[in-house]
Design a protein around this ligand. Structure first.
Ligand code: PGA
Length: 254
């Protein structure tokens, strides 16, 4: 039984004051939704304030990125130990990091190992671009991202992983994948690739999320699919009613 998981990726949005305001609009209602693992991933600058606000609640905090090195001359970066001061989760390999900041599967792998070492739950993102989708390369691309990105991970850590399947063409476009198509990628590509790495039994325990234009209106379609265990939500996580609606949909479709 995999507990549904919903994370909001705020991307480069919200000052500290705005972040506090958004969380105060959502936290009372979200706390009342049982059996869904809920995570906010705000910008780094808002993490200290939100971590104080959410102390003692069942709402987790995640970083949107981090460096793999523990410290040193890496201007502008944040180390795993710094992330761990405020967070229990970290998004790794988001397609925007891959597309705009040159992140590779090798970087993803280093970050993943660092996250596990620092007892952070990694949310590893995979997904094909529009070109790859149209050329029928989805399976090949996603399989490679999983096998290279997760290579060498101790299977004891396997169960802690969260994987997010986010077709790049569905992110921020308002054009979500069909729920059936996303489920098929999870069933035929991602879970089998996880089984190859960690064994069938462990792979069955790993939560796999869908991401890309998830809203309160379409969330249930995804969550009722057998392989989809939750969502990584971008735009809709910035709107209190939308995000609350998505979390409730996750609770109702268990
Ligand atoms: P979106 O973003 O929900 O705005 O499409 C999803 C993501 O980037 O994780």
């Amino acid at each position: 039984m995999r507990i549904p998981f919903v994370a909001g990726n705020w991307k480069m949005n919200k000052t500290v004051a705005e972040a506090r305001d958004l969380v105060s609009k959502m936290s009372a209602q979200l706390r009342q939704v049982p059996n869904v693992e809920k995570v906010f991933c705000p910008p780094f600058t808002a993490l200290p304030a939100l971590s104080a606000m959410l102390e003692g609640s069942d709402i987790g905090l995640g970083a949107q990125n981090m460096h793999w090195e523990e410290k040193g001359a890496f201007t502008g970066e944040f180390a795993p130990g710094m992330v761990k001061e405020f967070c229990n989760y970290v998004i790794i390999g988001h397609s925007e990091r891959r597309a705009y900041f040159g992140e590779t599967d090798e970087n993803v792998n280093r970050k993943l190992r660092a996250a596990l070492k620092f007892d952070l739950t990694p949310i590893v993102c995979v997904g094909e671009t529009l070109d790859q989708y149209e050329s029928g390369l989805t399976s090949e691309v996603v399989r490679r991202q999983i096998s290279a990105g997760l290579a060498g991970t101790d299977s004891a850590f396997g169960a802690r992983l969260v994987v997010a399947y986010e077709p790049v063409w569905a992110i921020g476009t308002g054009k979500a994948s069909s729920a059936g198509n996303a489920n098929e990628v999870l069933a035929q590509v991602i879970r089998p690739a996880l089984s190859d790495l960690f064994g069938v039994e462990t792979a069955q325990t790993i939560r796999i999320l869908y991401g890309g234009s998830v809203t309160a209106a379409n969330a249930s379609e995804f969550f009722t699919q057998p392989e989809i265990d939750g969502a990584l939500v971008g735009g809709a996580s910035l709107k209190a009613d939308e995000f609350i609606g998505i979390i409730k949909a996750a609770a109702h479709t268990q």
